[in-house]
Design a protein around this ligand. Structure first.
Ligand code: BGC
Length: 740
């Protein structure tokens, strides 16, 4: 039995192991700061990009004018620079080395959008833990992840780095990721500080073009964009990063409302807030700062602690203090946050990594990456062709992503090595080559290729095969930062080649490996079965091969809505009802010539796309079938004091064992501000053997039904609510309850 005191001690140390203040550490900070010159203080707020052991960097480290370096990953260089910082500087303050370890350091997991498709928070936590173990072994102690921007626009390349469109799902994934990176205690050797980014609203970028302006009313900011960040604070994330965008005209790096009113005061965050790359300096380009000094003042006034590659602080803070535009206590507050992070990470006691490369690509890391890749694959269509069985002896493997080791890793892979990737072609040969005859013709050299010179070879190969498995998609470099696309069809001549292959009459499996949702309505119609794999990482090949041949059962569910046409964007499940929801839809080609103006009705839809997405949020099929019993509520009246329980029995009625993601949605039917037609408030991923059933119960309490009113207060209003427990955001029948 653990005593009550022991529990309190454990609780206490857990609370104080992250960004929180601990009086002993605060005393150490006081002592250190009492010795620091103004230059040394400003140095702590300066983050530079690594240049190896260049004279410039070594000199700056020596004179204490840099507090952190990013993009230095050579363990020997890190060691040498840390040695300079801790032995040759006046105050021996260690450096903190940072890196974008976004979905793996060496062992690459699926891109975050793919990880979200697994709806499995423990896989996300494991992935971040493994990334931290690998990265910390070279001396990296800070990652710029998780990216928890709500992303509802597939044109935006950074949707790849996100956990998708839904605030609740992102909150769960983001918190899991923070736990994984930071481990049980930030001072542990393998813990690295996580960074909640980009604060905030970056995903609302106009037209999906990166860095673009955003207009976000406060209610929407608080109901949709901020909850994942609050969840990260609750998970004790050590750092935050500003976003590049302006919100309603105010760039985040100078946004007092966001960074001070909300992050510091409301949420009591005392970790480090770092700018994005040169985002302080760029306030001049935004047109809100006349010069670099103005930009520095805006940022420090907005409580931004560290200037990443902007040089605004190093060049201006001293003068700003001299001329009394900035107070020394502002600098002190920022320096305290930086030093606290370094103390909490244990860098003063253990500045060096233990190293070694033997931690890379460990067996457990590879199997965890494969599990994550497997669970991230979404089955979008299956007319029974998948899994491929012995009736299809000769398999034609094709397409530009079938054997593209670098592309399957996806965006933001700075340290992962393509020569460690196992591609689908490798895995199919190795694991299924004995029982099937595997033939290969890529058809197109890369995803954007428009050259049809190899089409005839591909068609011939298809004719001589029993089934075609075509790996389509986009190259890694087409998604990620600054990779916006206005056309999200499959690039190059992929659709053209698929159309030719379809004409052979052979059964066609389409696998799309991509960094975003693509508009693939035509391709879905052509194929007999379709798997969607957001760039799946190092172990993507075996994961996909095992699904294709039935060793694994797909269980991914879309973390983002798939549009039919790009013109439907933004399209997301939690939209508002409008006063005239779509009814009696007549599509453009169904309208009789000369039809009178009024014959089409007056409701909300696109003449050429209707009102529905290609696939809704939460959608994903399985090789087995799941049956949902009607939902039973423990009571139809909910009070603010007591919760009610929603129960449902889910049964695996098919022949294969499998995972199902059970989703809980609600709708506030009448509120003082119009509410979304549905809102995810819970989910559970369960494993059911063929023939097995499980009773699930979700507690629903009043605080899960809250929203912000027009005065920005979080409120819950009495009235009628609908509730669904279902397999995706567009299924199930509602159960009504009343909040009194
Ligand atoms: C990105 C950040 C990233 C930073 C450092 C910026 O361009 O927006 O997400 O962490 O670079 O590499």
């Amino acid at each position: 039995m653990i005593s009550r005191t022991a529990i309190l001690v454990l609780l206490f140390s857990a609370i104080f192991s992250y960004g929180q203040k601990n009086s002993e550490t605060e005393k150490k900070i006081d002592k250190l700061m009492s010795k620091m010159t103004i230059d040394e203080k400003i140095g702590q707020l300066n983050q530079l990009s690594g240049e190896g052991l260049s004279q410039n960097i070594v000199a700056q480290v020596k004179n204490g004018s840099v507090g952190s370096l990013l993009n230095e990953v050579d363990s020997k260089v890190i060691y040498e620079l840390q040695k300079v910082a801790t032995t040759q500087t006046r105050l021996r303050i260690p450096l903190i080395f940072a890196r974008d370890v976004i979905h793996g350091f060496k062992t690459i997991f699926p891109i975050p959008l793919g990880q979200a498709a697994s709806w499995n928070t423990s896989l996300v936590e494991d992935g971040a833990r493994i990334a931290a173990i690998e990265a910390s072994s070279v001396g990296i102690k800070w990652t710029f992840a998780p990216m928890i921007d709500v992303s509802r626009d597939p044109r935006w390349g950074r949707i790849a780095e996100s956990f998708g469109e839904d605030s609740y799902l992102i909150s769960k994934m983001g918190a899991a990721s923070v736990r994984g990176y930071q481990g049980k205690n930030l001072a542990d050797k393998t813990a690295i500080a996580a960074c909640a980014k980009h604060f905030a609203g970056y995903g609302a970028t106009e037209s999906g073009k990166d860095y673009n302006t955003t207009w976000i009313p406060e209610v929407q900011l608080r109901d949709t964009y901020l909850p994942p960040f609050k969840a990260a604070v609750d998970a004790q994330v050590a750092t935050f990063m500003c976003s590049f965008n302006d919100i309603n005209g105010v760039p985040s790096s100078g946004n007092k409302h966001l960074n001070d009113d909300i992050l510091r005061k409301e949420w009591k965050f005392n970790g480090v807030l770092v700018s994005d790359w040169a985002s302080i300096e760029q306030m001049q380009t935004h047109g809100v700062a006349a010069n670099l000094a103005d930009a520095a003042k805006l940022a420090i006034d907005a409580k931004v602690d560290m200037d990443m590659m902007g040089f605004a602080y190093t060049k201006n803070l001293k003068d700003l203090i001299k001329n009394k535009s900035v107070k020394i206590k502002q600098i002190d507050a920022a320096v305290r946050n930086v030093l606290r992070l370094k103390f909490n990470l244990g860098l003063f006691d253990n500045p060096f990594a233990e190293n070694s490369e033997s931690t890379f690509y460990a067996n457990n890391a590879l199997s965890s990456a494969q599990k994550a890749a497997t669970e991230s694959v979404v089955l979008l269509k299956n007319n029974g062709l998948l899994p491929i069985n012995k009736d299809h002896k000769t398999v034609a493997v094709m397409g530009p992503l079938a054997n593209s080791p670098a592309d399957q890793l996806g965006t933001w892979v700075m340290d992962g090595e393509p020569n460690h990737s196992i591609t689908p072609l490798d895995a199919i040969h190795k694991n299924f080559g004995k029982n099937f005859t595997i033939q290969y013709e890529q058809g197109l050299a890369y995803s954007r290729d428009t050259n049809s010179v190899n089409f005839s070879k591909a068609i011939q190969l298809a004719q001589n095969s029993d089934v075609i498995v075509f790996f389509a998609g986009e190259e890694a470099l087409l998604s990620g930062e600054a990779r916006a696309r206005a056309d999200i069809n499959l690039p190059g001549a992929q659709t053209k080649l698929l159309t030719e292959l379809k004409k052979t009459g052979k059964p066609l499996v389409l696998v799309v490996m991509a960094g975003r949702p693509h508009t693939i309505q035509k391709e879905i119609e052509m194929a007999d079965a379709v798997l969607y794999s957001f760039h799946p990482g190092t172990m993507g090949g075996p994961a996909l091969a095992n699904i294709i041949f039935g060793v694994e059962n797909p269980s991914g569910k879309l973390p983002v809505t798939f549009p039919r046409l790009v013109g439907q964007v933004p399209i997301y499940y939690a939209h508002k009802m409008t006063g005239r929801p779509a009814k009696d839809i007549q599509l453009i080609n169904e309208i009789p010539v000369g039809a009178p103006q009024f014959s089409l009705g007056f409701t909300s839809y696109h003449l050429d796309a209707g009102d529905s997405p290609l696939f809704p949020f939460g959608f994903g099929l399985s090789y087995t079938n799941f049956n949902y019993s009607p939902v039973k509520l423990s009571a139809t009246t909910l009070t603010r004091e007591n919760s009610i329980t929603a129960n449902c029995k889910v049964s695996n009625t098919g022949k294969m064992d499998g995972y199902e993601v059970v989703q809980l949605y609600v709708r506030d039917k009448v509120a003082s501000l119009a509410q979304p037609v549905k809102r995810l408030i819970g989910f559970e991923k369960i494993f059911l053997k063929s023939g097995e059933s499980k009773e699930l119960s979700f507690d629903v309490s009043a605080n899960q039904l809250s929203f912000h009113d027009s005065k920005n207060n979080l409120i819950v209003e009495n009235g009628e609510f609908d509730l669904w427990i279902s397999t995706n955001s567009n299924s199930g029948s509602p159960q009504m309850f009343i909040l009194k």
